[in-house]
Ligand binder design. Structure first.
Ligand code: GDP
Length: 450
C-alpha cells in the first residue's frame, strides 16, 4: 500500500467514526482504531509500534469526557489525538538536528546499501547546502564499484558541485582522506563523503565503514534507506547502526510505490531521525523532513512549513520577507496567497508541491497533474482580478460585500464558486498560520487546518 493510500485509509477511519451517529463513544473509537491499525499494518509498520499507537490513542480518548461523538470538542480531540500519535510514530524526539557551521569544515559521511539512492542523495544534499550559501564539495570513497566515481562525477557536474575521486586508487580510506585534506585546504565548509554500498562480504562492508569513519571523523553520518524495502528496513538500519552509528536517515524513493511503514519502524528501532526524503530522481526532488509536516501531508491537510521552506529557496528574498513576517504574526493575506501561487508554478514538479497545500493533495490524487495545474492557473487569474485593497485583506471584505465576488468572477472569466473556493483555501492557510504561531508560542503542537 503506498503512502497516499495509507493517508486515505486513516482519514477514512477517522471520518467514519466522526460521522457515526449510531454507536456510543467507546464503540465508535474502537471501530476507528481497528481501521487505523489495519491500514498501518498493511503499510508495513512494525506490529509493536502499531499496538503502542493504538493503546495511546485509546487511553487518551477514553480519559476524555466524550460521551457522544457528535460534539465539536470531541471531534477535535479525536482528530488531534490521531494526528499527535502519528507524529510520535515518526518522531524520535531528537532535540537539535545537526546544522553545519559557516566558516568551519563540516564533514558528512553517507552509508547505505548499493541501490538505496546514496550517490543521488549526496548530490541532492550538496545542492541543498550550496543553495543556502555553503561552499560544498563531494568525495567519492566508493572504490569497490566500477563506475561509482563516474556516476558521482556526472551528478556533481550537472549540479555544479566540486568533486574529488580517483580512477586508480583502490583503497577507499585513502581516497576519503585525500579528498577531505584537499577540500579542507581550500576552505570548503561542507564536505560530503559517499561510500561503497556493497562488498564481497557484508562484514567487510561494515569494517570499511568503520575505517573510513575513523579517518574522516564525520560531524554527521547519514544512512540512506530505500523506502520501498518494507520490513527489511528495520534489520538493515540496525546493522548499519552498529558499525557506523549514523545520526540521521535520508529516506529515498518516497515518490514510488513505497509502503514507507518499514522505514517508519527503522526510525523507532534505531532511535534516529529522518532528516530528508527523496521524492524522485531529479536533484530538486528532495524535501526536509519533519514529523508534523509528514503527517500533515499524509492526511492531506497541507503543510505550510515545508511550503515556505521551498518557496524561500526559489524566490527572491524581498518577495518572501513580507510573507514570512505576516506568517510569523499569524496572518496570511490574499496577496500572500497570490505570491505563493506564482512561485509554486515556477517550482515544479507540481506533484511535490501540491501535497503541501490544503485540499490540493487530494485534488491531485483524484484528477491528476494536468487538471491541478489548470486549477492553479485559474487561481492566479482570480487573484489577478482583485484590487490591491482586496489582496491585502484577510478575505473578509468579500463576506461584507458579496458584490465583489461577482466582479472578480467576471474579471477573471471564472465562476463565483471558483472565487469562493480560493477564499476558502486562503482561509485554511490563514488558519494554519494562526495555529503555527500558537504552537510556537505555546510550545505545543497545533493541528493545522483541522
Ligand atoms: P546508490 O547505489 O546507493 O549510490 O544509489 P543511486 O544513487 O545510484 O540510486 C539508485 C537508483 O535510484 C538510481 O536510478 C536513482 O536515480 C534512483 N533514485 C535515487 N533516489 C531516488 C528517489 O528519491 N526517487 C526515485 N524514484 N528514484 C531515486
Amino acid at each position: 500500500m503506498v503512502l497516499a493510500d495509507l493517508g486515505k485509509r486513516i482519514n477514512g477511519a477517522v471520518n467514519s467514526a466522526l460521522s457515526n451517529t449510531q454507536d456510543d463513544y467507546a464503540t465508535a473509537v474502537d471501530s476507528m482504531l481497528k481501521g487505523i491499525v489495519t491500514a498501518l499494518l498493511e503499510a508495513d509498520v512494525n506490529i509493536s509500534l502499531v499496538s503502542k499507537l493504538r493503546n495511546n490513542i485509546k487511553s487518551k480518548l477514553m480519559e476524555s469526557k466524550g460521551k457522544s461523538i457528535n460534539n465539536v470538542q470531541t471531534k477535535k480531540l479525536i482528530q488531534k489525538t490521531v494526528f499527535d500519535e502519528l507524529c510520535n510514530l515518526v518522531d524520535c524526539h531528537e532535540k537539535e538536528p545537526f546544522k553545519p557551521k559557516k566558516k568551519k569544515t563540516n564533514v558528512i559521511m553517507f552509508v547505505g546499501l548499493q541501490g538505496s539512492g546514496k550517490t543521488t542523495s549526496c548530490t541532492k544534499l550538496a545542492v541543498y547546502y550550496a543553495k543556502r550559501g555553503f561552499k560544498v564539495g563531494l568525495v567519492c570513497a566508493d572504490t569497490f564499484r566500477a563506475g561509482a566515481f563516474d556516476q558521482l562525477k556526472q551528478n556533481a557536474i550537472k549540479a555544479r558541485i566540486p568533486f574529488f575521486g580517483s580512477y586508480t586508487e583502490t583503497d577507499p580510506v585513502k581516497v576519503a582522506e585525500e579528498g577531505i585534506t584537499k577540500f579542507k585546504k581550500e576552505k570548503f565548509e561542507v564536505i560530503i563523503v559517499d561510500t561503497s554500498g556493497r562488498h564481497r562480504q557484508e562484514q567487510e562492508l561494515f569494517r570499511e565503514m568503520i575505517e573510513i569513519s575513523r579517518v574522516v571523523k564525520p560531524h554527521q553520518t547519514i544512512m540512506v534507506l530505500d523506502a520501498s524495502i518494507g520490513q527489511a528496513a528495520e534489520q538493515q538500519s540496525k546493522a548499519f547502526k552498529e558499525s557506523s552509528d549514523f545520526g540521521a536517515i535520508i529516506l529515498t524513493k518516497m515518490d514510488g510505490h513505497a509502503k514507507g511503514g518499514g522505514a517508519i519502524s527503522a526510525v523507532a528501532a534505531t532511535n534516529t531521525p529522518i532528516i530528508f526524503i527523496g521524492t524522485g530522481e531529479h536533484i530538486h526532488d528532495f524535501e526536509s523532513f519533519s514529523p508534523k509536516s509528514f503527517v500533515s501531508k499524509l492526511l492531506g491537510i497541507g503543510d505550510i512549513e515545508s511550503l515556505f521552506e521551498q518557496i524561500q529557496t526559489v524566490s527572491n528574498k524581498e518577495d518572501t520577507q513580507a510573507m514570512i513576517e505576516n506568517i510569523q504574526q499569524g496572518k496570511f493575506t490574499l496577496a500572500d496567497f497570490k505570491k505563493q501561487m506564482q512561485t509554486i508554478m515556477k517550482m515544479g514538479p507540481l506533484s511535490n508541491i501540491a501535497q503541501m497545500i490544503p485540499g490540493m493533495g487530494n485534488m491531485m490524487n483524484q484528477v491528476g497533474e494536468e487538471e491541478t495545474s489548470k486549477s492553479m492557473k485559474k487561481m492566479v487569474y482570480v487573484l489577478d482580478s482583485m484590487t490591491k485593497e482586496e489582496l491585502n485583506s484577510d478575505g473578509r471584505v468579500f463576506i461584507d460585500q458579496p458584490s465583489r465576488l461577482v466582479r472578480v468572477a467576471r474579471g477573471s472569466g471564472c465562476s463565483v464558486f471558483d472565487v469562493e473556493m480560493i477564499l476558502m483555501q486562503q482561509q485554511m492557510m490563514a488558519n494554519m498560520a494562526q495555529s503555527a504561531k500558537a504552537a510556537k508560542q505555546g510550545g505545543g503542537r497545533g493541528m493545522p487546518g483541522m
